[in-house]
Design a protein around this ligand. Structure first.
Ligand SMILES: [Zn+2]
Length: 563
């Protein structure tokens, strides 16, 4: 038995005994029964047979309607996996709900360029019952979101988003399954306010989700046998959330009435497989196919299925009046590949065929997406130099352009772009999205991290060590450095000395933040925020807003001096 397995079993056993019965003394339950009889219930309602309820869940789909080059994920294979579970559950007399934790939008150009229409269509075809509204649903202008709400044939839920004093979305929906009522409440991180363009959320207010949930819980308890929150708030292990707004752990800990909180939180936003090794210790090295024990806080189960439809989470419950038990939990990998240290790849579990009808319905969108990559996004005057040898030796105008686009989008003080992420030059003249994907083909996400001056100096010290010729060679904006023999001698931000006491916002990409090209890891830093924005898309927006772009305006000055 692996340590993961034993922790998983232990948490499930705790779950089996952790229903209402455990917390309410038996004497009191007996008293309630006696009072019911005294109150004159001549014919007590027939005992409902317990409900076998399977919750399937995904989150942070981010435009991944189509499989990647390795055949991983994609909605057609996801459909096959879901249908298999549906058939199995139905044969055993059970019931099912299919839920999503939000962020349907943003991530791959083929989806982004079509306003995520294939993704909403796919969710309809897969039979989603409900989804939380994620922060990335506000990446596009309000008209696009309005269109998407028309497309969605599932409940698109958020209780804490208000427009002109009224809730903008349906706050919750009550589903009837096998004679039981299951309430699904939607919640959205209040960080949305600072993650999206102000123009897209004019007049919209993101209230704190936890007080909103606390306010609604009595109403939901009165209406339903089981209360689920579909949230887009993030899972922060043991509530260690750093600069992020409170997430699912805090929600579970803070929201309860009469000792009973939410029964289940189907989360998203942190894009984590929520698989616990032991109490308050998450397995951050989770591998596809491994056992997964969800988090449990204050009697509330918390699940999250990583991102992009890489997994479908499956939680099998037994529901009785006042008693919810989790019987089994797993993450079903959707054609996920395990990569060995030697670079070899193998499917983590058996291959899942693509559902032909879903594949056929999505194919025209994939084709259209490919064509849309040839549409001009802007114009350049002069060449932006991405020559492999030069960008790894010295600052170039393309390195500066990429860093400036990241800096501008994240409102950072400084930005660092690893030269290894720059794969081609940007030609003079008409620029298409395809040109941008040649420069940045990795679909990296742009991130921003808040560091103290002391931490920033340490980090810049590591950046200074990246020798010319290495992929880690730093293309920078907003920072002035004097480097001698790979040692940082002096650093300034925006021309001013770095104050060890103050904090600075550093824009980088997720690859660099996870240790890519030899950089120190930042993605576990409490000040780290992965914006989820695709790097090429950030560049596209930047160019489109400033076209024609003059190469001469991006010439490197003497910000970085090396000896
Ligand atoms: Zn999110």
């Amino acid at each position: 038995m692996t340590p993961q397995r034993s922790a998983f079993v232990a948490s499930l056993q705790e779950g089996a005994a952790g229903g209402l019965a455990k917390r309410v003394p038996r004497l009191l339950l007996g008293l309630v029964a006696v009072l019911a009889v005294l109150a004159g219930c001549a014919t007590p309602p027939a005992e409902r047979p317990p409900l076998r309820l399977t919750i399937l869940h995904t989150n942070d789909h981010h435009g991944r309607f189509w499989p990647n080059a390795d055949g991983e994920y994609g909605m057609a294979a996801r459909k096959t996996a879901i249908d298999r579970v549906r058939a199995e559950v139905a044969a055993a007399g059970g019931q099912l709900l299919l839920l999503d934790g939000g962020d349907i939008n943003t991530g791959v150009p083929e989806s982004d360029l079509q306003d995520a229409e294939p993704d909403f269509l796919g969710m309809n075809l897969l039979g989603y019952d409900a989804s939380a509204v994620g922060n990335h649903e506000f990446d596009k202008p309000p008209a696009v979101l309005a269109k998407q709400r028309q497309w969605a044939r599932f409940a698109f839920l958020s209780a804490n988003i208000y427009k002109d004093g009224q809730r903008m979305f349906e706050p919750y929906r009550v589903f009837e399954r096998g004679g039981y009522k299951i309430a699904v409440l939607g919640l959205t991180t209040d960080d949305t306010q600072k993650m999206v363009l102000p123009d897209n959320i004019r007049g919209i207010e993101f209230r704190k989700p936890i007080p909103e949930a606390a306010k609604l819980l009595p109403e939901l308890r009165a209406k339903a046998d089981m209360v689920i929150a579909a949230t887009h708030m993030g899972h922060y292990t043991d509530g260690r959330r750093g600069v992020n707004a409170p997430g699912d752990v805090e929600l579970a800990r803070q929201v309860h009435i009469d000792g009973r909180g939410l029964d289940l939180i189907v989360g998203g936003h942190s894009q984590s497989p929520v698989c616990m090794l032991t109490e308050n210790v998450r397995n951050d090295a989770y591998q596809p196919g491994g056992p997964c024990g969800p988090d449990r806080q204050n009697g509330t189960w918390i699940v999250q299925a990583h991102e992009w439809g890489k997994y479908v989470g499956r939680a099998d419950f037994e529901v009785r009046a006042g008693d919810i038990r989790l019987l089994r939990y797993q993450l079903i990998p959707i054609n996920m590949v395990r990569r060995a240290a030697d670079g070899s790849k193998a499917l983590a579990t058996e291959a899942i065929a693509q559902d032909p009808a879903v594949r056929a319905a999505l194919q025209p969108f994939q084709d259209q997406g490919q064509l849309a990559l040839n549409v001009p996004v802007g114009q350049t005057i002069g060449v932006f130099d991405g020559d492999r040898v030069r960008v790894r030796q010295q600052p170039t105008n393309l390195g500066i352009l990429l860093a400036r686009a990241m800096l501008q989008r994240t409102d950072a003080d400084l930005a660092v772009m690893n030269a290894g992420g720059i794969r081609d030059s940007l030609p003079e003249g008409r620029i298409t999205y395809r040109d941008l994907l040649k420069v940045q083909p990795f679909a990296n996400q742009v991130a921003v991290v808040t560091l103290t001056g002391r931490e920033l100096l340490d980090w810049l010290g590591s950046a200074a060590k990246m020798t010319p010729g290495a992929g880690g060679f730093a293309q920078t904006v907003g920072v002035q450095m004097r480097i001698e023999g790979g040692v940082l001698k002096e650093a300034r931000v925006q021309g001013r000395p770095i104050d060890p006491q103050r904090t600075y916002r550093l824009a980088i990409n997720h690859f660099t933040a996870t240790g890519g090209d030899g950089y120190p890891r930042l993605e576990t830093h409490p000040g780290y925020i992965n914006t989820g924005l695709n790097d090429a898309d950030v560049l596209r927006e930047y160019i489109a807003a400033r076209s024609p772009l003059k190469a001469a305006d991006y010439m490197p000055g003497d910000d970085v001096q090396r000896k």
